[in-house]
Write a protein that binds this ligand. Structure first.
Ligand code: PLP
Length: 637
């Protein structure tokens, strides 16, 4: 085997490029986690983690949540704002909120609220259900609850209930009619609301979510509507309730210039409103802080050309500059980063359970008497391979023989066995052509595609639709890497396919060695050995947007806390069971108990007929019931 090292593996997989300081390849070739950036001595080895998950009897695929990573991200966003504010001499404060929609899991929201307590970090809700959640969870009276999204009568009443409970609930007006509703209900209940306005910005974010900004944006008020809103409040004696200006130009902003432009535009709106007599306290810059999914630190859709620190600096210094020029006070800054807070904290760990290859089966291709001339032709092509000079011609000839053979088979002049021989030889020639390509500087276009057509498909025990919805829906790239054996050279180029019965259930976009490729180098599968892969940065959106395609349902979850005194530096604090077959059937309106009863009756009938022995019948009945209460994914033991 040629020389290989973990440095080579790092170059190839870029673990520390996208790892955000949390993930890297250890000396032993396993991916390792340092969940507390301030204390690198705490180091969790994925192999140890996988072993422990197995010992606990938890079946793969598993969502692994690193609670310390979540806490670290909350702390780092908040301290970054605090430090920058101090350094810039900015007169206002920072009071961020976490947008619940990015990951609504109770454990996640609770952890964020807890970690954010010292910073008065609050929550953002964009629907009634999220508002109900925020009311119960965000009980720190000094933190904000920002209410975005479209609102009805009940939504307004819930917000005002929050005011009664002494909480800073900010109702952000997304469209003018909402304002009329809010004012009416506030008067009826005699409660002063805290009102925000969402401005429709002319600046558009770049990237997949650029539609969130611009004149055609779904949300927000035009400048004219914003002024009308302020005046309407004033006319109703509620001018003093207008406290916040909000904008959000899209998620995963790839280019820092969009952030800078939004801050100057938003800053100007704030300043002029202030000068018109509406003395707002807060400017809320929305979400958008991006994640470097492909590790390229570029303006690729799956990356961003800045880091958290630069983003924060642009917000703080940008707002300071506008306010100083306009001679207005520095407002308290609010941001609604969700992706940046949650993406790193969870990943999906699963196993490769098989390999699918076009050339996996070979049959004996030795010459037989009276064989068809097509078999002879392609065999000669193979035998003369070394003497060939024009490899494009070899490719053309082989492809033509294979196509002709298929036609001949359909016309019944070629037997099934002969067709199989031709296919076997064809794939052997393709493998040799690919080896030839690897030695060449210039490779003709058609031959370049051999890499993909000869790639293996590694069958992965998970569902893209459940665990990586965005890779399917919007071609989002997520890092996928083997969790062990990084000290071995990966010699199989493959794509990943999932276990759903849907040909869209696959991952064929990878960040490999600073490029986006359609195949991922992986290790050869060793018989009798588990081969685990990790799908990373799934904590934002992917965790919660999955669907029930093929009735696979939610994954088992393990919640990990780090612990320095533990020999492995971690412990599993909680195991949350994923969907059982009966859970998913219930959701789809089936009645699993009745189904078990019906199947039992069918088995009993066969027993009466003498086709099944009674003992055997009991075993079949139990087996069916066990499957109902078991996990939906493949059992790999
Ligand atoms: C989705 C959303 C966010 C979160 O955006 P991220 O890019 O995940 O930080 C923040 N604010 C609003 C209004 C949103 O709709």
């Amino acid at each position: 085997m040629s020389e290989w090292s973990i440095e080579e593996a790092e170059k190839l997989y870029g673990v520390s490029r996208w790892g955000g300081g949390y993930f890297e390849i250890g000396e032993n070739g396993n991916v390792q986690v340092t969940p507390v950036p301030a204390d690198k001595s705490i180091r969790i080895d994925f192999k140890a983690l996988i072993d422990e998950i197995r010992e606990e009897g938890v079946q793969f695929p598993v969502v692994v949540r690193f609670h310390d990573v979540l806490r670290s991200q909350v702390a780092s966003l908040n301290t970054s704002f605090r430090d920058t504010i101090a350094e810039a001499g900015y007169q206002g404060e920072y009071q961020g909120v976490y947008p619940i929609k990015v990951n609504q899991m109770r454990e996640v929201v609770e952890e964020i609220v807890d970690a954010g307590e010292p910073f008065n970090y609050g929550l953002e809700a964009g629907s009634k259900a999220e508002l109900v959640t925020a009311l119960a969870l965000n009980i720190n009276e000094n933190s904000l609850t920002i209410l975005n999204g479209y609102k009805d009568d009940e939504f307004m009443r819930l917000a005002l209930l929050g005011r009664k409970l002494g909480r800073k609930m900010v109702v952000v007006v997304e469209k003018y009619t909402e304002l009329l509703l809010l004012v009416k209900i506030a008067k009826e209940l005699n409660i002063d609301p805290i009102v925000g306005v969402r401005a429709k910005m002319t600046v558009k974010g770049r990237g997949k979510w650029e539609g969130s900004g611009g004149e055609k944006a779904k949300f927000g008020l035009t400048i004219a509507e914003t002024i009308k809103t302020a005046r309407y409040l004033q006319e109703n004696g509620m001018g003093h309730c207008l406290k916040l200006l909000h904008f959000h130009i899209g998620s995963q902003l790839t280019d820092i210039r969009a952030v800078k432009e939004a801050i100057s535009e938003g800053g100007r709106i704030y300043a002029d409103l202030y000068k018109m007599g509406f003395e707002l306290d807060y400017v809320d810059v929305g979400g958008g802080l991006g994640i470097d999914y492909d590790g390229s630190a570029s303006t690729n859709d799956s990356s961003r050309n800045y880091n958290m620190q630069e983003y924060v600096a642009d917000v703080v210094y940008g707002m300071k500059e506008v306010c100083d020029l306009e001679g207005v006070p520095h407002p308290t800054l609010v941001s609604e980063s969700g992706r940046a807070i949650t993406a790193h904290h969870s990943c999906v760990v699963t196993e490769i359970v098989g390999e699918i290859r076009s050339n996996s089966a070979e049959i004996d291709t030795a010459a037989a008497s009276q064989e068809h001339v097509f078999v002879k032709n392609i065999r000669e092509l193979e035998d003369d391979f070394e003497q060939q000079t024009n490899m494009q011609e070899v490719f053309n000839d082989a492809s033509q023989y294979k196509e002709q053979a298929l036609d001949a088979f359909k016309l019944r002049v070629l037997s099934l066995e002969e067709l199989a021989k031709i296919e076997t030889i064809y794939w052997r020639i393709m493998v040799r052509l690919k080896q030839w390509c690897a030695t060449q500087d210039y490779v003709p276009e058609e031959l370049q595609e051999l890499d993909h057509s000869l790639a293996s498909q590694y069958l992965c025990n998970f569902s893209v639709f459940q665990s990586a919805a965005d890779t399917w829906a919007i071609d989002q790239l997520l890092p996928v890497v083997p969790l062990t054996r990084m000290n071995e050279k990966p010699e199989v180029n493959c794509t990943l396919v999932d276990i759903t019965c849907d040909s869209d259930g696959k991952i064929d976009q990878f960040a490999v060695g600073r490029e986006i490729t359609d195949v991922l180098p992986m290790h050869k599968l060793n018989a009798g050995e588990h081969y685990h892969v990790g799908l990373f940065l799934t904590g934002a959106y992917q965790d919660v947007m999955g669907d029930m395609h093929n009735l696979f349902g939610r994954l088992n979850e393990v919640h990990i806390y780090s612990h320095d005194d533990d020999p492995q530096d971690f412990y599993i604090e909680e195991v949350v069971k994923g969907s059982s077959v009966q859970d998913v059937l219930n959701i789809m309106q089936y009645n699993p108990r009745a189904m078990a009863y019906d199947v039992k009756k069918l088995i009993d009938k066969q027993i009466s007929a003498g086709n099944i022995m009674p003992r055997e019948g009991v075993r079949w009945t139990d087996f069916y019931e066990d499957c109902l209460s078991g996990y939906t994914y493949l059992k790999t033991s």
